[in-house]
Design a protein around this ligand. Structure first.
Ligand code: FAD
Length: 444
C-alpha cells in the first residue's frame, strides 16, 4: 500500500473525528481499529426491542470546537435535545430518590441538605480562592461549600462521570468549569444564581434517535473505505521520512501518526520510540459495568421524568448512577416498557466486574428497588463491562500533559488524542480531535 498522509490508530470517537476531518480536507487517511466495530465506547446495540447505549448516553454540548464539528458535518440537524430531562435529576438518600433543586426557592425548600449546609452555600462567595493547581475536588468543595454538600451533591454527580474518589481527583481538571468560575468571579453560587440555576443544569444535552451509533455510522460513511476494523496495531517504529505502523495484517507507512487509543496502549506503543511515553501506562483508571434493565412500565412506580438517579458513596451501594434511558431517548424501549441503564463499579467496587451477569443484575435490581419503587423483576437485561476505561484526572494530571507534549516534540509526526487528555466527555474528545485535525491541516 502507498504511504498515506496520516495513519490514525484507534477508531473510537477521538480517532474517528480526527480521521474524518482530515479526509474531508483532502488528506489521504488510514484508520486502524483493533476491535470488530468502530466507535470504541460509543456503541448502541439492540437487546430484543431495547436500544441500549453500552457507553455514553448523553452528549453535553459545552465544547465550542465539538459544536462546530458536529454542525459542519451535519450531525446537529438530527439530534434530540433532552434539556427538559437534564434539569431534573435525583440523588439517592436513605433509600429514596430525592430531586436535586434547580431553582433558588427549590434550594431553600429542599430537605436534601440541612439548613447549616444551605447557609454554607449562601456564604460561599466569601471563601478564599485557591491557586493550588493540585487542590483535590474534596478539598475544593469542602472549602467552598462544606462537607455536607460534598457528600450529598457533588460526590454523587462526580461519581457518575469519573467513577472515582473526590479525595484523589484534581479540581482544576475534573471540574474545570467550577474552577474557572472561582478564578474569574470568585463566588460560584452567586454566578450560578445570576445565570439561573436551571440554565446551569440545562447545558445543551443531546443524543441521537439511533443512539451514539448513529453518529459513529455517519463518520464511518465519510471514511469508507479508509477505516479498517479488526486491525490491532502491534508496533510503531521510525523509518526514513516517518513511521511504520505494524498490524498482523500488514505494515503501513506515513510521515504522521495520530495515536487515539486509551492511555495504556498509547504508552505501550510509543515507549520504544521514547521511554517517557511509558508513563502514560501509569495513569490510574476506573472500571465500570453497565447493566441495562428493562421493565414493564407498570412495574416502576417512579415517574422517571428526569435524567437519572445519582448515588453517592455515603449510601454504601455498588450502583453509581442510573440513566433513565427511555426518558432521555424516546424509542429506546417498546411501548408500555422502560429502560434503565445502571452504571456499577468504579474505583471503589471494581470487584463487581468479576460477578456473573445474573448476580450483577440481581445486585442492581435489589439496590434500585427501593429508590425507584420497582415491584417486579426485569423482563429483559444485558450487561457490558468496561475494565480500566475511565482515566482518573488525579493530582499529577499536569504530568500527563507534559508527557504528551514531550512525546509530540521529540517524535516529530506523532500526535496523541484520547479521553485521558483534555477532557473525558465525548464533546471534549470531539473538540480536541477536531482542533488537532485543523492544526495538522494548517501544517500541510
Ligand atoms: C459506561 C460509560 C458511560 C459514559 N457516559 C458518558 C456520557 O454519558 N457522556 C459523555 O460525554 N461521556 C461518557 N463516557 C465517556 C466517553 O464515552 C469516553 O470518554 C469517550 O467515548 C472516549 O472516546 P475515545 O475515542 O477517546 O476512546 P475509546 O472509545 O476508548 O476508543 C479508543 C479506541 O482505540 C482502539 N484501540 C485500542 N488499542 C488499539 C490498538 N493497539 N490498535 C488499534 N486500535 C486500538 C480501541 O479498540 C477503541 O476503539 C462514558 C464512558 C463509559 C465507559
Amino acid at each position: 500500500m502507498d504511504p498515506v498522509d496520516f495513519i490514525v490508530v484507534g477508531g473510537g470517537i477521538s480517532g474517528l473525528v480526527a480521521a474524518t476531518a482530515l479526509k474531508a480536507n483532502g488528506r489521504r487517511v488510514l484508520l486502524l481499529e483493533a476491535g470488530p466495530r468502530l466507535g470504541g465506547m460509543a456503541w448502541t446495540y439492540f437487546n430484543d426491542m431495547y436500544a441500549c447505549e453500552a457507553g455514553p448516553g448523553l452528549l453535553c454540548l459545552a465544547n465550542p470546537a465539538a459544536e462546530e464539528f458536529l454542525r459542519n458535518f451535519g450531525f446537529l440537524s438530527t439530534v434530540n435535545h433532552v434539556n427538559r430531562y437534564a434539569s431534573k435529576r435525583y440523588v439517592c438518600q436513605g433509600g429514596r430518590a430525592v430531586e436535586i433543586p434547580a431553582s433558588l426557592p427549590g434550594i431553600l425548600k429542599t430537605g436534601m441538605i440541612s439548613w447549616g449546609a444551605k447557609l454554607a452555600l449562601f456564604k460561599e462567595y466569601s471563601a478564599e480562592r485557591s491557586f493550588d493547581p493540585d487542590e483535590t475536588v474534596a478539598a475544593f468543595v469542602q472549602r467552598r461549600f462544606g462537607a455536607e454538600c460534598l457528600e450529598q451533591a457533588v460526590d454523587p454527580l462526580l461519581r457518575s462521570v469519573f467513577f472515582g474518589e473526590p479525595e484523589k481527583l484534581c479540581a482544576q481538571h475534573a471540574i474545570p468549569w467550577l474552577w474557572r468560575i472561582q478564578n474569574e468571579s470568585g463566588g460560584i453560587v452567586c454566578s450560578i444564581l445570576k445565570r439561573g440555576v436551571r440554565s446551569f443544569f440545562e447545558r445543551k444535552f443531546i443524543n441521537w434517535t439511533g443512539g451514539f451509533s448513529e453518529l459513529v455510522s455517519g463518520l464511518d460513511t465519510t471514511l469508507k473505505p479508509d477505516a479498517q476494523v479488526g486491525q490491532p496495531v502491534e508496533s510503531i517504529r521510525r523509518i526514513d521520512g516517518g513511521y511504520e505502523v505494524r498490524t498482523q495484517g500488514g505494515a503501513y507507512q506515513s510521515a504522521r501518526v495520530v495515536v487515539a487509543t486509551d492511555a495504556g496502549t498509547a504508552g505501550r506503543l510509543l515507549s520504544p520510540l521514547l521511554s517517557t511515553a511509558g508513563d502514560l501506562q501509569l495513569i490510574s483508571r476506573a472500571s465500570v459495568a453497565v447493566v441495562h434493565l428493562c421493565f414493564r412500565r407498570a412495574a416502576v412506580k417512579h415517574d422517571l421524568e428526569g435524567m437519572g438517579l445519582f448515588i453517592g458513596r455515603s449510601q454504601g451501594l455498588r450502583t453509581q448512577s442510573v440513566l433513565f434511558a427511555s426518558s432521555v431517548r424516546p424509542g429506546a424501549a417498546p411501548a408500555g416498557h422502560v429502560l434503565l441503564s445502571a452504571r456499577v463499579g468504579g474505583t471503589r467496587h471494581a470487584d463487581v466486574l468479576q460477578m456473573k451477569n445474573e448476580a450483577l443484575v440481581k445486585l442492581v435490581f435489589q439496590e434500585l428497588m427501593g429508590p425507584l419503587q420497582i415491584h417486579e423483576g426485569p423482563v429483559n437485561y444485558s450487561v457490558v463491562r468496561w475494565p480500566g476505561s475511565i482515566p482518573q484526572y488525579e493530582r499529577d494530571y499536569d504530568r500527563v500533559e507534559t508527557v504528551c507534549e514531550t512525546v509530540e516534540k521529540e517524535c516529530e509526526g506523532i500526535h496523541l488524542l484520547g479521553n485521558y487528555r483534555g477532557g473525558l466527555w465525548v464533546d471534549d474528545c470531539i473538540g480536541n480531535a477536531y482542533l488537532l485535525a485543523k492544526r495538522l491541516m494548517g501544517a500541510g
